[in-house]
Design a protein. Structure first.
Length: 232
């Protein structure tokens, strides 16, 4: 009986490891594909669409892909200045930012700061839920490594700007530019870019509170950082 249980335990472990391997391979194949082809949706976009459709069965997301060349350089600089100042230098992880975030969260006794890079945020948005679990963070790290190994910084930034949320049902910089300024992402000014970049941390709230003092103050800070930001 003991030998039988032991044999089935090993089989169960093998099935779990094999299943995990297949899942990682599935993700890696998507990363390879998206290096050459533009993603049309993400795990986070689908999650938000499901939430919207709980209130309105006909709800749709506003999302339109725009190429890297047709996004203003001011917008690219603003998002880096806001979200990941060392984007061009790190390999997917900003260890100083992670340490600072850990120390602040420890002082505040809550998870108020993440310290995630643009690559980490993209990994989470494309494939994962926003639950704060150790498994999710571990999977995020694995996907981040995949993105950094397969894609150029330019491609990572292009996909990121096209897939992140900018309001209630608003995804991607082209939809955001039209939603807030009624024109293309290609002609966003530094001031407009700074404002949009400052919304990324809480886009649905700021969509409803566009004159928030915190939003405007953060926008001014980002605007000052734009000239020194480096982009691919």
């Amino acid at each position: 009986m003991g030998e039988f249980i032991k044999r089935w335990c090993w089989r169960f472990i093998f099935i779990c490891v094999y299943g995990l391997f297949i899942y990682q391979l599935w993700i890696f194949c998507h990363v390879l594909y998206w290096n050459q082809h533009n993603p049309t949706s993400s795990a986070f976009m689908q999650s938000q669409l499901n939430s919207l459709r709980e209130k309105d069965a006909n709800a749709v997301l506003r999302h339109q892909w725009v190429s890297y060349e047709h996004i203003s350089n001011e917008m690219k600089k603003a998002i880096i200045a806001s979200e990941d100042g060392k984007f061009m230098q790190h390999n997917g992880f900003d260890y100083n930012a992670l340490q600072n975030a850990f120390e602040k969260n420890l002082r505040d006794n809550k998870l108020s700061v993440g310290g995630s890079t643009i690559s980490q945020q993209l990994a989470k948005n494309l494939f994962l839920s926003h639950e704060k679990t150790l498994w999710r963070k571990a999977q995020e790290a694995v996907i981040t490594l995949m993105l950094e190994k397969v894609m150029s910084k330019r491609r990572i930034l292009e996909i990121y700007l096209n897939m992140i949320e900018w309001g209630n049902g608003i995804f991607g910089i082209q939809a955001a530019a039209h939603h807030y300024y009624d024109h293309s992402a290609a002609i966003l000014t530094a001031k407009q870019a700074a404002y949009l970049a400052s919304m990324v941390t809480n886009p649905r709230y700021y969509d409803e509170n566009r004159t928030s003092s915190h939003l405007l103050k953060k926008s001014e800070i980002i605007l000052k950082r734009i000239p020194s930001a480096k982009i691919p």
